[in-house]
Design a protein around this ligand. Structure first.
Ligand code: 5GP
Ligand code: ZN
Length: 115
């Protein structure tokens, strides 16, 4: 656990979040400032700053993060109309929290290209 990391604290339940999934390796919770009817963040327990810091050793965990997102999409019944999965990397992509997180966005039509 990294000191002063918001998402490490959410994983440790030191900061509350509206959780929708939890196991020993992964937690998913509603984003505090949703930009779509479904806006869920999926995070690993391990403090990894971002997508560019992943190594082959993280492959199974990363696949599990995607599977958790897919399961939540099924539960929210957005799987048929579609949804978007986003990892922001760095300031120009809009990353503000430097603990790996997957955005699951759905429930409305998404523009392309993204802003
Ligand atoms: P990023 O911009 O780094 O890709 O995404 C960070 C996300 O974390 C943002 O969508 C932001 O709304 C969300 N966020 C920031 N602080 C909190 C918090 O304390 N609780 C929750 N649930 N989400 C947060
Ligand atoms: Zn962290």
């Amino acid at each position: 656990m990294a000191e002063e990391c918001l998402f490490c604290k959410i994983f440790a339940r030191e900061i509350p979040a509206k959780e929708v999934f939890r196991d020993e390796e992964i937690v998913a919770f509603d984003d505090i400032r949703p930009v779509a009817p479904t806006h869920v963040l999926v995070i690993p327990k391990e403090h990894i700053p971002g997508i560019h810091d992943l190594t082959p050793a993280h492959a199974t965990m990363l696949a599990r993060m995607v599977q958790v997102a897919n399961r939540i999409a099924d539960e929210r019944k957005i799987d048929r109309d579609g949804y978007r999965v986003v990892f922001n990397k760095g300031p120009q992509a809009g990353q503000t929290v430097y603990h790996l997180h997957l955005h699951l966005l759905g429930g409305r039509a998404m523009g392309w290209p993204p802003g």
